[in-house]
Design a protein around this ligand. Structure first.
Ligand code: ATP
Length: 273
């Protein structure tokens, strides 16, 4: 059922609390003893190298995978997320990287796709008004809600996918690489949108490999490495500390490269002064 997007949790209230979450796929331990806390009105970035376990954790919260061990508290209550419908019903929305939009349908149709139970589902005018209202509330830049998805930019598509997930009035929204493959302006637009979603009081989990985007929008950065927690950072943490937590090595190619670049920039600014 579709509800109004205003009824989000109060800011700062715990939305999600994971303790001891583990997930084994046969002999592979994808996650071991994971802790994660997300509050209302907070963006938490989940970062880690390939294979760190980010997608597995998101899929557990989306009800796609069942944890092998551990507890999930959602809005103060212990829950089991047996399937995606249960997670959605509780208020956990996920925007996967493929966005799952229908290219040939317009924005309105995509927003309401799958919400067949809504009373106004077949009322085209009501759906269009609701689509405009929602997109305006999000200050989204979509020229026309009657445009087919195929004609929209990557940033606009991401916006439609996020708006669609908000129609179900979630308390937590998970975004998998929302800025991957976007240009500078589109990335800024999506980051602004994430901030507006946060300002509504929702908890937001964002998976990203882009540290610049993570720093720009996250309130906390949670690092996973080899399926385990490997540090929680504020966005002003140094690149060196973040890269060290992500890769597990204090001396590595990424941090050497960053140090070289920083050194070069300092030399240049020193020379110019
Ligand atoms: N369905 C599955 N069956 C078996 N092993 C899996 C399955 N899904 C994930 N894994 C394993 O779990 C580990 C964590 O993978 P996961 O995809 O969660 O990492 P990730 O951090 O999302 O990586 P990436 O950034 O590359 O998407 C990897 O070793 C992966 O091979």
């Amino acid at each position: 059922m579709t509800r109004d997007i205003q009824s989000a949790p109060a800011k700062g209230e715990p939305v999600l609390r994971l303790r001891g979450i583990s997930k084994n796929f046969g002999a592979v331990s994808a996650l071991t003893d994971i802790e994660l806390d997300v509050n209302g009105g907070e963006v938490v970035a989940l970062v880690g190298d390939n294979g760190a376990g980010k997608s597995t954790l998101v899929k557990i919260l989306a009800g796609v995978h069942q944890p092998s061990a551990g507890t999930i508290e959602f809005c103060g209550e212990g829950v089991t997320l047996d399937n995606p419908a249960k997670a959605l019903g509780l208020g956990i929305a996920t925007v996967f990287q493929d966005l799952a939009l229908c290219e040939n349908l317009d924005v309105v149709a995509n927003l309401f796709l799958g919400h067949e139970l809504a009373p106004w589902q077949l009322d085209e005018v009501a759906m269009e008004v609701r689509a405009w209202t929602l997109l305006r509330e999000l200050a989204a830049r979509i020229p026309s809600v009657r445009q087919p998805i195929a004609s929209l930019s990557g940033g606009q598509r991401q916006t439609v996918a996020i708006a669609r997930s908000l129609l179900l009035d979630p308390k937590l929204i998970m975004l998998d690489e929302p800025t991957a493959a976007l240009g500078v302006a589109q990335t800024a637009e999506v980051l602004n949108l994430i901030e507006r979603v946060r300002d509504r009081g929702l908890g937001v989990i964002i998976i990203s490999h882009n540290m610049e985007d993570v720093r720009a929008v996250a309130d906390r950065i949670v690092v996973l490495r080899l399926g385990r927690n490997n540090g929680v950072f504020l966005p002003d943490a140094s690149n060196h500390d973040l890269v060290t937590a992500i890769t597990g090595a204090t001396e590595n190619a990424v941090s050497r490269r960053l140090d070289r670049k920083t050194g070069l920039a300092n030399e240049q600014s020193g020379g110019a002064a």
